[in-house]
Design a protein around this ligand. Structure first.
Ligand SMILES: [Zn+2]
Length: 56
């Protein structure tokens, strides 16, 4: 069975597991995905702030 290293506790866990069996960290969630979600939130907040500044 293929194993991958948990990025939090650095133990070897099954690549088929969605969570680390030792610390519970989500293994399938890429850091890039989190960065994209944060960028989208900042983008939406920026549009709202710009709209408020232009209207008022
Ligand atoms: Zn872990």
């Amino acid at each position: 069975m293929k194993q991958i290293k948990c990025r939090t506790c650095r133990k070897m866990v099954s690549s088929k597991a969605k969570r680390c069996q030792y610390c519970g960290t989500l293994l399938k969630m890429p850091i890039l995905g989190i960065v994209i979600v944060f960028a989208l939130i900042l983008f939406v907040i920026g549009i709202i702030v710009i709209g408020m500044l232009q209207s008022g």
